[in-house]
Design a protein around this ligand. Structure first.
Ligand code: CUA
Length: 158
């Protein structure tokens, strides 16, 4: 079979790209352990207040885990619970959040924390708070008439 020279070049280029992209995704997922913020943990969105850990929103110290604290947020139209929370500087924190009603966002301005909160699902993200300051948490999914009012504050303190 005769193949044109350019066709061969493009085929090689295409296959090489595919190998590079799959390697990047593979290394990121299996070696660096990256995964989507929604880890497919489900929850009954009508019983959020009675379900652990959402029965006690806020910051909790934990022992024997890879993180020092769990920061639990419950979102509902149009607020977060807690609305304000203090986190010690340098703490390894697992942020655990869900919503009681519609889809909300959870974006911590100035950081790479940006999760979608979907009814029936738990979103998690583990991070280290290594900058002192006040961080605004905003909802970046349009959720209704009070969407623009929906925010919380995380204070990283020494
Ligand atoms: Cu909640 Cu927009």
């Amino acid at each position: 079979m005769h193949m044109h020279k350019y066709e061969k070049i493009w085929l090689t280029f295409g296959i090489a790209c595919l190998i590079v992209f799959l390697s990047v995704v593979g290394v990121s997922a299996f070696y660096l352990g990256n995964k989507p913020p929604s880890c497919l943990t489900t929850i009954n969105s009508e019983k959020v207040d009675q379900t652990k850990p959402f029965d006690k929103p806020g910051l909790h110290k934990v022992e024997g885990k890879e993180w020092d604290y769990e920061l639990v947020f419950v979102a509902s139209a149009f607020s977060y619970n807690p609305a304000q929370v203090k986190v010690p500087l340098g703490a390894r924190v697992k942020v655990i959040a869900t919503t009681k009603d519609v889809v909300h966002g959870f974006e911590m301005a100035g950081t790479n924390i940006n999760m979608m909160l979907e009814p029936g699902y738990v979103s998690e993200y583990t991070t280290t708070f290594d900058k002192v300051g006040e961080f605004l948490v905003v909802c970046n999914e349009y959720c209704g008439s009070g969407h623009h009012l929906m925010s919380a504050k995380i204070e990283v303190v020494k």
